[in-house]
Design a protein around this ligand. Structure first.
Ligand code: DX5
Ligand code: ZN
Length: 222
């Protein structure tokens, strides 16, 4: 299914004291997904939010909650995020011993399943998961923090994954995460990404700018 580029603002760059309002603002500004970065201070060197926050945010938007789990071990927390209202749950293969089982668990809870590839993770890790995946997330920074610079090597990986997805014939989102801004978005789109995560670039300048920021990242003006 061919759609235009979708934008997934990462709420990591939102005002955490007003998170519900921020989610409503990016929803109204044209966000397609709400990207929620969950970090545990162990798998990545930062701590962010847990399932209770996802649950509290759920009434603020009907958009797809795209929950990116950067936690290890991950399996024990998957049901809590499913219950909290996640629509897509994405995990890193390094976050547990049996990625296939983790993906099966997410699907068994009725959620869409994603796998995320760190900058040094080879694209082949998706090969034996493709028949179950709904999303592949290419990290274009090392996970842990917003506001980092886009790693250009991600583009070749996006191209390779676009070929794998097209060959599979399945409807799998190809999402890119990290350092996406007005300058880097066009190359990610040309390489084949169809969902762009953007934290810093979406939330820059406050809520009066969100619609314009999202439009410019998408490449449709603003
Ligand atoms: C990094 C997170 C990203 C990040 C994106 O670990 O997964 O979602 O917050 O932030 P920007 O768009 O600021 O690079
Ligand atoms: Zn993320």
């Amino acid at each position: 299914m061919q759609q235009g580029t979708r934008i997934a603002p990462s709420i990591l760059s939102a005002d955490f004291a007003r998170l519900g309002e921020e989610v409503r603002a990016v929803d109204e500004a044209g966000a397609d997904y709400i990207h929620i970065d969950v970090m545990d201070g162990h798998f990545v060197p930062n701590l962010t939010i847990g399932p209770d926050v996802v649950k509290a945010l759920r009434p603020h938007s009907r958009k797809t909650f795209d929950v990116h789990l950067m936690i290890s071990p991950v399996d024990a927390f998957v049901p809590a995020f499913a219950d909290a209202g996640a629509d897509i749950i994405t995990v890193h293969p390094e976050a547990g011993p049996h990625t296939h089982r983790t993906i099966q668990l997410i699907k068994s809870l009725g959620k869409k399943a994603g796998v995320s590839l760190n900058p040094a993770t080879p694209v082949d890790v998706v090969d034996h998961l493709l028949d179950q995946l709904d999303l592949i997330l290419v990290m274009s920074v090392n996970p842990g923090f917003g506001g980092q610079a886009f790693i250009p090597g991600a583009l070749k990986k996006i191209e390779a994954l676009r070929r794998k997805i097209d060959a599979s014939g399945r409807d799998i989102d190809l999402e890119v995460d990290g350092g996406i801004n007005f300058d880097t978005a066009p190359a990610a789109i040309s390489a084949g990404a169809d969902v762009l995560v953007a934290g810093t670039a979406t939330f820059a300048g406050g809520s009066g700018n969100y619609a314009a920021n999202i439009g410019r990242i998408r490449g449709t003006g603003g």
